[in-house]
Design a protein around this ligand. Structure first.
Ligand code: SAM
Ligand code: SF4
Length: 331
């Protein structure tokens, strides 16, 4: 069984935002610490997330990524991971988590033991002062500790995400590459997308994937990995001299990859979004709360998937930034 959109794209990756709250204030995401948008009773319970996930897996979803907001702010997240891991006998292959790393030193082993396969930790600067300028918190040490704790717990391969923004951190690209070589992590660079709650995005602030690649290549020659891309968002490179670590480049603005998209998203308040840039949402929460049978949920998901947009329109002159921001949709 598989889930397919009207352009023949197979949908295999589900991203679930478990909360829109966050204790960081990354300027490219949630700069002003807006109060949570969703009321508590609108947030899906773990049981509802599990029920929806079971139907998604029955429909062919193979990967689930938990994200947010900061997913670790959701109390007992490991319990959700544990119950999702039971879906591995029904076709789920991979459970991943995207986090700012804050609670990871204390929870990495528990998450691994609960069935988490992989982790992605945000790391936007290796300089403590710049890290604080970008994220609003003086926590670089803790995030580096989180990467170490994830490694010790066996949550590998570890990915570290940096959103590269002109004038803020592009001067650190070679340092990030050095960090990947020294630690063996997959360092992934993401183009700044117009999904920030402060509406501060400007095209001039986007450091393109090509610029990122060129800056790193000047210091450390790279080779494109043969298995790179497919339905993945990242171009993945190895270091030509055989050093450990990996470089990933995610360039949704300048190198659109919508044609290969295999993703669908569920917001913390139970709305399906067929694209990060969707301007409409589909209320799965209402369906789950009213459904007598899983078949009703299945029908709804199938129908919604058929409305998945062909592509985003960031580069159109009449582009409209979606109302909901990255912290709500889940990156
Ligand atoms: N709080 C967790 C974290 O920071 O990893 C998970 C949620 S965060 C929204 C998920 C990812 O989205 C992070 O890697 C973050 O850097 C990225 N992100 C947030 N806003 C973005 C933007 N405007 N453009 C590109 N990436 C963004
Ligand atoms: Fe929080 Fe993650 Fe957004 Fe930063 S990117 S404000 S850590 S949700």
């Amino acid at each position: 069984m598989h889930l397919e959109d009207s352009y023949g794209r197979k949908i295999r990756d589900l991203r679930i935002s478990v909360t829109d709250r966050c204790q960081f204030r990354c300027f490219y995401c949630l700069p002003n610490g807006e109060p949570p948008l969703a009321r508590k009773d609108t947030i899906l319970t773990f049981e509802e997330i599990l029920r929806a996930s079971r139907v998604f897996v029955r429909l062919g979803i193979e990967k689930i990524r938990l994200t947010g907001g900061e997913p670790m702010l959701r109390r007992d997240l490991e319990k959700l991971v544990k119950s999702l891991s039971e879906l591995k006998s029904e076709g789920l292959k991979d459970i991943a988590l995207t986090t700012n790393g804050f609670s990871i030193p204390a929870k990495a082993k528990l998450l691994k033991d609960s069935g988490l396969d992989r982790i992605t930790i945000s790391l936007d600067s290796l300089d403590p002062k710049n890290f604080e300028d970008i994220t609003g918190v003086d926590k670089l040490g803790e995030v580096l500790e989180a990467i170490e704790a994830a490694r010790e717990a066996g949550l590998e391969p570890i990915k570290a995400n940096a959103v590269i923004v002109r004038g803020r951190n592009e001067h650190e690209l070679a340092d990030f590459a050095r960090f990947a070589r020294e630690t063996g992590v997959s360092m992934r660079f993401i183009e700044f997308m117009p999904l920030d709650s402060g509406h501060g995005w400007k095209r001039e602030m986007v450091v393109s994937g090509r610029e990122i690649r060129d800056a790193i290549q000047r210091e450390f020659p790279l080779e494109l990995k043969k298995d790179s891309r497919g339905t993945e968002t990242a171009w993945r490179y190895r270091f030509a001299d055989g050093a450990p670590g990996e470089i990933g480049i995610i360039a949704p603005v300048t190198e659109m990859f919508c044609g290969q998209c295999s993703r669908i998203r569920l917001t913390a308040d139970g709305q399906i979004r067929t694209c990060l840039f969707s301007t409409v949402e589909h209320d799965l929460r209402e369906v789950i709360r009213g459904a007598d049978s899983d078949e009703e949920i299945e029908e709804f998901i199938r129908a919604v998937t058929l409305t998945k947009e062909a592509s985003h329109h960031i580069n159109d002159t009449d582009f409209v930034q979606p109302e909901r921001t990255m912290s709500f949709i889940g990156g």
